[in-house]
Design a binder for this molecule. Structure first.
Ligand code: TNX
Length: 523
């Protein structure tokens, strides 16, 4: 029996003789907690087969697909569910059982891959045979947080494209989509109490078009605009939830806030100084003021964010906050003296911890870039560890402080970096992450201490979008590297090797093709 092409590679696969054939009279048998997964499966199978498979209760008959939740179907302290599941395909029927509804959703993705690329088509394939090889698959992920970050601040991506990326991530059994919603170059989330955030902050007059190294900088003079209404967000969150994906929103503070300061100048350190939404890339020295009214603003914003996003984690960013303004601003220096804060780094920690404490009162956990790590932050706060240089000890420090870690090392997970020789690639920020290098990323490194390994919640890829102007380029940068990340997070330390991955990836290109995904061709 030939090897099954599944990405990520399942933990255990046993192939058997024979086939299961899907017939138009088949039913999806499911009760209680399994029903949403059954409905998703019916929805997934309908376009290509043309079969309207009913979701039914009771004993399975020959030819049926039976789904059952056998576990507690409960969220853990990080908002995740037990994803372990067992898929048994026999000639007479298919049976999928799992510890939670989301576990079934993961098994359904395996099932789809086994049907083959045709099942992903959006129109009926007349005369096709829908067959699955008989097999037993027992599966569960190594880490819970398997994510991808989408940056709609630098370039706005429509609800439709965002949902498409969520669906493509779900196919790879990812569990988190992190939305970077605000930055210097745009504020993309409707906040009812502060309409100017999107009215003003949602548009920049023009956009840098070449590379930041160009002198002079080149610009595209067309305004760039867009934001998600609160209804859009509810639609995105519901679409993701159905697919077992937690949508983690990021409101980046106190740096990366020019769009907000342009909308409400009183949020900045120099309110008389009017800013425009930033039209070029790189780090701004304009950051938020730590004054009381700005803190109140942030809490108002997070109150609305928490209402929109049910995710256990809320991301407060915290990266690259330049302290130039704080160092010279008399008001900020006075605030620091009043609070007994020693220096500007400590001032950022104070802001982080204030917002962290506020989020805790709303029942949420704080997460942010590793720049925010400090011993006073909420005990259940987590960091995204992007500093991965030899000189950085932030991962070890976080583990020692008992904080959870999502690995986001820029050398392996910044999928805005080039994936091949820049001379033959579309313009990107720089860097060098080939598919092979992405596959070399180790999520639970055997060289780390047990304490460090225990702190790892998971890992995610970053699609920073300075140089990703549209949906096609977003897909080009994401795929196929996201397949590597999915496998390395699903089966940390136990993956079958790059060569084996590539042979399965060749088949996965059929899945891309069926959905017209603009994946980068293999070399
Ligand atoms: C650094 S890493 C950033 C982003 C940029 C990215 C470009 C981090 C937390 N911040 O603002 O988009 O580099 O690669």
């Amino acid at each position: 029996m030939s090897k099954l092409n599944i990405i990520p590679q399942p933990r255990l696969v046993e192939t058997r003789e024979g086939f299961f054939q899907l017939i138009p009279e088949a039913r999806i048998v499911a009760e209680g907690a399994a029903r949403p997964a059954a409905e998703l499966l019916a929805e997934y199978l309908r376009p290509a087969t043309g079969y309207a498979l009913p979701v039914a209760e009771g004993a399975p008959r020959k030819g049926d697909l039976a789904l059952a939740v056998t576990g507690a179907d409960a969220q853990d302290e990080a908002g995740f569910y037990d994803e372990s599941h067992r898929l048994e395909i026999g000639a007479e029927g298919v049976s999928l059982s799992g510890a939670s509804c989301i576990a079934l959703v993961r098994g359904i993705q395996t099932l789809r891959q086994l049907f083959g690329q045709g099942i992903y088509a959006d129109t009926v394939k007349i005369g096709a045979h829908w067959r699955l090889p008989c097999a037993l698959v027992e599966d569960s992920p190594s880490v819970r947080w398997r994510g991808v970050m989408l940056d709609s601040a630098r370039h706005f991506f429509s609800v439709e494209q965002t949902c498409r990326m969520i669906e493509l991530a779900a196919q790879l059994k990812l569990s988190v989509v992190h939305l970077h919603l605000t930055d210097d170059q745009g504020w993309r989330l409707e906040i009812k109490k502060y309409p100017k955030l999107t009215e003003v902050g949602g548009t920049r007059p023009r956009t840098q078009s070449g590379h930041s190294y160009d002198r002079p900088l080149k610009y595209d003079e067309t305004p760039h605009t867009g934001f998600y209404t609160q209804d859009d967000i509810r639609a995105i969150v519901a679409f993701a939830a159905k697919r077992g994906i937690m949508v983690v929103p990021e409101i980046d503070l106190p740096g990366h806030m020019v769009a907000a300061i342009a909308s409400y100048p009183e949020l900045g350190n120099y309110p008389a100084h009017r800013l425009e939404v930033r039209d070029c890339w790189g780090i701004s020295y304009n950051i938020l003021s730590p004054r009381e009214s700005t803190m109140a603003f942030l809490k108002d914003v997070f109150a609305e964010v928490v209402d929109l996003f049910p995710a256990r984690f809320i991301d407060i960013g915290g990266d690259e906050a330049r302290k130039d303004e704080w160092k010279i601003c008399h008001e900020v220096q006075r605030i620091m003296a009043e609070k007994g804060v020693r220096d500007e780094e400590e001032l950022q920690q104070w802001m982080t911890n204030e917002i962290g404490a506020y989020l805790a009162t709303l029942g949420r956990r704080t997460i942010g870039w590793d720049d925010i790590l400090n011993p006073e932050m909420p005990r259940d706060a987590a960091i995204m560890n992007w500093h991965d240089g030899e000189n950085s000890t932030v991962r070890q420090d976080a583990a020692r402080m008992g904080r959870a870690i999502v690995l986001t090392p820029h050398a392996y997970t910044y999928f805005d970096y080039y994936q091949a020789d820049p001379r033959h690639e579309p313009l990107a920020i720089g860097g060098d992450i080939s598919l092979e290098k992405a596959y070399r990323f180790e999520v639970l490194d055997s060289k780390w201490t047990q304490q460090e390994r225990d702190a790892i919640l998971g890992a995610q890829a970053q699609l920073w979008a300075e140089y990703i102007p549209d949906a096609a380029q977003q897909e080009y940068m994401a795929f196929p590297r996201l397949c590597a990340l999915a496998e390395k997070t699903w089966l940390a330390g136990a993956t079958p090797g790059y060569h084996d991955f590539c042979t399965r990836l060749l088949a996965y290109y059929g899945i891309f093709e069926a959905q017209k995904v603009n994946a980068r061709p293999l070399d």
